[in-house]
Design a protein around this ligand. Structure first.
Ligand code: ATP
Length: 888
């Protein structure tokens, strides 16, 4: 075999010559040969973007205004000789950085693993069969099939091309798609003019074709110019940016507030300036939510992982948030709401209806003898067909509907191998735009014949006559319209068939050949049952205040029947693409809002429908699979592509890819999206008031001129202890039981909802009041100030633990068995905190560093009782106010 580098001029040589040079044939390689070539040439992949070195990722953790602020504080403390304080601040910074580094690292590798789940596949001929293989497994000489929506997987010398348009902007910068063909062009032609080549990485925008792989991996054109195709998705979202901005403002405020308090303490309260400085540094450090951005990133990443576990792969992180606010889901029908496991249930001809028995693709045991017209129709279905049905396993390779046609033909006694010996000379592939497919055959004893199948009304429009046992007759429109409606009402998908004899010697068919002069053969009805899990998911959506709309290319009757079976609406309202076109712009949004089922729509309709729904303030999730769905997927708030039947173009335009094409997975993702949003709110609602409570306590002492209830270094200790423990666990919270029983949150509603703001103020004040009460009560007993301060630190930590239990359930009481039991992360974090506090209180070395003192058992009991009481009070408050703050 020629070295692939000698094929640089493949575009200038006939395809047959290139195949010979590649030691290959148009029917593909054998799998053993492909394996041998793979070990010789290496995988068809480009080196990915280098991961950032760990040390840079660690350093990035320090590159943050909040951290600079803390480091400045540590510097100030060290300069003043307060080495313990400086050490503790540094410890806080380092613990934070390590937690952030480890968790973000985990998040990044999880996201990368998830991205691999949607690695593209290629259709290739191996051992004379069409199979899907991972892109990396392609080798020179492989024959690859490409169609609209695919990314070309390797450099190909085209062997066949039908209306093939390829967008080569990625290579040539040319935005208009290039027309492809098979004839050689002059040697030396520029890249953009090499018509018989399809280059790796370019996008097929229309048509179909096949080609032999001439180069793989770094030897492809794209591999030569760039090795950086895989951009690394930044771990950021609008929400995260909002939070970062908020944290910066907060830091500035803390800084200004600290400066004011410093001035106040020195000038009016007679503090020594270095003591005052240490107090305000500790205060500011305690107030700064330095861990918040990392915790929220982690929350999002956990959401992404949970969604992936439920078969929804997030391609763009912001979708995690948007999903939770989704108010309308627009879904395809076939394969998403239904199983896409088709069975021909009936064959209708001018002579009558034959019922076909047996579900699934296994034709054995359900033989029937159709009348001759029906037999002709089934033969047309078998030949005008690109699918393969594997005998034995009865698995379909290709379109399930076409697979069902093979099974039906076999039940009628037709043998696919014998029938398909009728050579196919040409084909017009199926396209959602024109809704039919046509093939040209050389039929033994009949000469050239064209066979067409497609949407029945589309096929009928091209027929003047119909076939029957008595010969051809004038097409009986009423008869067929009735049969179509009847079949559709059963929820069956209807397909029509027609035939046309072609002049001898015809080798090519084009649209004008199909447009007229066809003879109608009849219809088939396909049973495609609704997915049972979709029925449950739709009911769940209704409880969750989410509307579901069906947008399908299928017939209105079929779509409505399926919608009814799915429980989409008791009496689904339907509009067809034609109806939509007739509605004036002014009434469009209203009409769309009233309609649950959109039938016989084209991708352009989808775009208009999304826009109309969005104009009414909805957050719209929309599914799509075809190359032409890309604009509507981009327009939707959450674009969802099908992982199995979706094109690469749709996946690239979407925020989410469904691994199983299943509607229920969308609803599961919405469920997780709501949980993520809840958890982020919980993180904020826990972090801010606990910081606030500590700070207020110290501020009160300075303002009212009494001894500090906590020393600066004790404030820093609390910060250190909680940063990697309680501060983190809310990111791991499971969903609250009622997540899907409430209405979607309003789009654009910020995180600091009135209830959260109220909570931050209330809890800060309660924590301060309790801390001060404990402080003075202990002092009142004539005990040392060190003991009183140890009491305050322990009380605050215990309050924060109990508050964590309260915040874990924002929408219901925390006093349930599961609520009280907590989760693994919660209990683990509490264990660390308890051990830390015991050390703080009883270890002599800690007593020296932090000026703490051992407490009595009774002290401990008092502190715990205070914690329990605070939980009771906050639970009552939550219960009373939950309804008042309904907007959330
Ligand atoms: P959905 O949009 O819900 O997935 P759909 O699969 O029916 O629905 P399309 O794939 O756009 O949507 O198909 C539209 C119509 O075209 C079908 O209802 C059918 O009548 C016809 N059709 C689909 N596939 C083929 C095919 N392979 N050959 C001929 N006609 C087809």
């Amino acid at each position: 075999m020629t070295n692939p580098s000698d094929l640089a001029d493949a575009y200038a040589r006939p395809a047959s010559e290139v195949l010979t040079a590649l030691d290959a044939t148009a029917t593909g390689l054998s799998s053993s040969e492909a394996a041998a070539r793979l070990s010789r040439h290496g995988p068809n992949s480009l080196p990915g973007a280098k991961p950032r070195p760990a040390i840079l990722r660690l350093l990035a953790q320090f590159n943050n205004a909040l951290i600079y602020f803390m480091l400045a504080g540590a510097g100030a403390a060290a300069a003043l000789g307060h080495y313990v304080d400086a050490g503790v601040i540094l410890a806080v910074v380092i613990v934070n950085a390590i937690v952030g580094f480890l968790q973000e690292g985990k998040a990044e590798s999880a996201l990368n693993a998830i991205r691999d789940m949607i690695a593209p596949q290629a259709s290739v001929l191996r051992d004379g069969r069409r199979i899907s293989v991972g892109m990396a497994d392609l080798v020179p000489g492989d024959v690859v099939l490409i169609e609209a929506g695919d990314r070309v997987p390797a450099d190909l010398r085209l062997i066949s091309a039908r209306n093939l348009l390829v967008d080569e902007a990625i290579l040539t910068g040319e935005s208009v798609a290039s027309t492809k063909g098979v004839d050689p062009v002059a040697a030396g032609a520029a890249l953009g003019d090499r018509r018989p080549m399809a280059f790796s990485g370019t996008l097929v925008s229309a048509g179909q074709g096949s080609g032999a792989v001439t180069a793989t991996g770094t030897r492809t054109q794209i591999g030569r110019i760039s090795t950086l195709l895989h951009e690394v998705e930044p771990l950021t979202t609008p929400l995260l940016r909002q939070i970062n901005a908020f944290a910066h403002r907060f830091t500035l405020l803390a800084f200004v507030g600290a400066a004011l308090i410093f001035a106040f303490a020195v000038s009016l309260r007679g503090y020594a300036w270095d003591d005052a400085l240490m107090a305000v540094v500790a205060l500011a450090v305690g107030l700064v939510p330095e861990g918040l951005p990392a915790v929220i990133t982690i929350t999002l990443a956990i959401g992404v992982q949970r969604m992936a576990a439920r078969r929804a792969v997030i391609r763009r992180l912001p979708a995690v948030e948007t999903l939770g606010a989704t108010s309308i889901i627009c879904s395809d029908k076939t394969g998403t709401l239904t199983r896409n496991e088709m069975t021909v249930g009936r064959v209708v001809t001018a002579d009558g209806v034959s019922v076909v028995q047996g579900a699934g693709y296994d034709p054995t045991g359900h033989d029937f003898t159709p009348e001759p017209t029906a037999r002709g129709l089934l033969r047309a279905g078998l030949l005008c067909n690109d699918a393969e049905l594997n005998p034995g396993t009865w698995k379909v390779e290709g379109d399930p509907m076409e697979g069902a046609l093979i099974a039906a033909a076999m039940k009628a006694g037709l043998d696919p191998a014998t029938e398909r010996a009728a050579r196919r000379l040409d084909a017009i592939p199926f396209d959602a735009q024109h809704r039919f497919m046509a093939t040209l055959h050389d039929m033994p004893g009949q000469g050239r014949v064209m066979l067409v199948k497609g949407a029945p009304e589309r096929i009928m429009a091209m027929c003047a006559r119909q076939a029957s046992e008595a010969g051809t007759q004038v097409l009986d429109h009423t008869y067929w319209s009735d049969r179509i409606a009847e079949t559709g009402r059963e929820g069956e998908r209807v397909l029509g068939y027609a035939t046309k004899p072609m002049p001898d010697g015809t080798t090519r068919i084009d649209f004008p050949d199909v447009e007229s002069g066809l003879t109608f053969l009849g219809l088939t009805g396909f049973i495609d049952p609704p997915r049972p899990e979709a029925v449950a998911a739709i009911a769940e959506c209704h409880r969750a205040g989410i509307d579901v709309r069906m947008i399908t290319g299928d017939h209105a009757e079929t779509a409505t029947a399926i919608a009814r079976q799915l429980g989409l609406a008791p009496d689904p309202q339907v509009l067809t693409g034609k109806d939509l076109d007739a509605i004036p712009d002014s009434g469009f949004a209203d009409a769309v809002a009233r309609t649950q089922v959109f039938a016989r729509t084209s991708p352009e309709h989808k775009l208009r429908i999304v826009r109309a729904l969005q104009s009414r303030g909805n957050v719209v999730a929309m599914t799509g699979d075809g190359v032409n769905d890309a604009p509507s997927l981009k327009q939707a708030d959450v674009g969802i592509a099908m992982g199995i039947k979706g094109t690469e173009a749709a996946k690239e335009a979407a925020e989410i890819v469904l691994m199983d094409d299943n509607f229920a997975s969308i609803v599961a993702a919405v469920h997780e999206g709501r949980t993520v949003h809840d958890n982020i709110r919980k993180v904020i609602a826990w972090t801010l008031p606990t910081n606030g409570g500590e700070a207020l306590t110290v501020i009160m002492a300075i303002l009212l001129n009494f001894a500090l209830p906590m020393t600066p270094v004790q404030i820093l200790w609390v910060n250190l202890l909680l940063a990697a423990t309680l501060g983190l666990v809310l990111a791991f919270e499971p969903s609250e039981p009622g997540v899907m029983a409430r209405r979607p949150r309003k789009s654009g509603a910020g995180l600091l909802t009135p209830f959260t703001v109220w909570r931050i103020i209330l809890v800060s004040v309660i924590f301060m009041a309790i801390s001060l009460a404990v402080f003075f009560w202990t002092l009142g007993q004539g005990r040392d100030i060190e003991v009183a301060r140890t009491m305050v630190v322990n009380t605050l930590v215990v309050l924060e633990i109990f508050y964590l239990f309260n915040i874990r359930y924002l929408h219901m009481t925390s006093f349930t068995l599961t609520g009280v039991k907590g989760t693994g992360p919660v209990l683990g974090a509490i264990a660390v905190v308890v051990v830390g506090q015991l050390a703080f209180t009883y270890l002599p070395v800690m007593n020296r560093i932090f000026e703490s003192r051992p407490l009595t058992l009774l002290d401990g009991i008092v502190i715990i009782v205070i914690g329990v009481l605070s939980l009771v009070v906050l639970e009552i408050e939550k219960h009373l106010l939950r309804d008042r703050f309904r907007e959330e």
